[in-house]
Design a protein around this ligand. Structure first.
Ligand code: ATP
Length: 249
């Protein structure tokens, strides 16, 4: 589902700055996402992408700036509160519980929910969406392949029934075929109306499914625009999309 930006954004970040001691991880970042949008947050190693997601989930405290959820400032909201509001965070590196079964990992994704029927319905949906997880539901998560663990991490986030899914580098370490599989699932979730903020170093793969993109460089927004604009942008093509420089080859 492609959405025109009407009405107030679901999430708005204004002038966000985050420091880790002496390191300026983010400087005055502005970013917004409307309900139903898929926005790609791009940039190279250390650009501040994960920090942006961690600030939204209140895992790091901003030095300055505001993060608003439907116009309400999140400054006093604990991480658990962001989950209750509908912000799901699928962290980098999958972080599945290796010594627990696939089924237990999925149940843990719904740990704040009390609607047993809704949980059961979402579990069945997850198994339909990820048939390999159904086949392996009694296996330990640590015995799954890298691609399957990534699917499990996404499925576990979906079990929280999020309105906004923050995804941190879901393509990391996966073979191209699996990257395509993950992106196809995200495209489908987007079509179903889920709002997604997708952190990726793989700009090509992310922009192929995104409505818009925002590029971070050394903690600041260096470029933003529609996915089509960014895919055609010369700086992005040469820096992040692996395009050949004129005259190469
Ligand atoms: P990557 O793709 O490598 O995860 P990123 O764009 O997500 O990169 P961040 O992880 O947000 O970047 O890091 C931004 C900056 O903050 C980097 O300079 C990084 O070294 C630094 N940083 C991140 N986490 C910490 C931390 N816990 N303590 C100190 N510095 C940190």
């Amino acid at each position: 589902m492609s959405v025109t930006a009407a009405g107030p954004p679901l999430l708005a970040i204004r002038g966000l700055s985050v420091r880790y001691g002496a390191i300026n991880a983010l400087s005055e970042v502005d970013l917004h996402i409307h309900e139903g949008e898929l926005v790609a947050l791009l940039g190279s190693n250390g650009a501040g992408k994960s920090t942006t997601l961690r600030a939204i989930s209140r895992l790091v405290k901003p030095e300055a700036g505001r993060i608003e959820w439907q116009g309400r400032c999140l400054a006093r909201t604990p991480t658990e509160g962001t989950v209750r509001l509908g912000i799901g965070h699928c962290p980098e590196g999958r972080r599945v519980l290796a010594r627990q079964t696939v089924a237990v990992n999925l149940e843990l994704g719904a740990y704040l929910r009390r609607d047993r029927r809704g949980i059961e319905r979402d579990l069945q949906r997850c198994y339909e969406r990820f048939p390999r997880l159904r086949e392996r539901r009694s296996q330990l998560a640590g015995s799954l392949s890298g691609g399957e663990q990534q699917m499990l991490a996404i499925a576990r986030s979906l079990m929280g029934h999020p309105r906004l899914l923050l995804l941190d580098e879901p393509s990391l370490g996966l073979a191209p075929k699996l990257v395509a599989e993950v992106m196809a699932i995200l495209r489908q979730l987007h079509r179903e109306g889920l709002t997604i903020l997708l952190v990726e170093q793989n700009a090509q793969a992310a922009l192929a499914i995104a409505d818009r993109g925002v590029v971070l460089q050394s903690g600041s927004v260096s470029l933003s625009g529609s996915a089509t604009e960014l895919l055609a942008h010369e700086d992005l093509r040469t820096t992040y999309l692996g395009a050949e420089q004129p005259g190469d080859g």
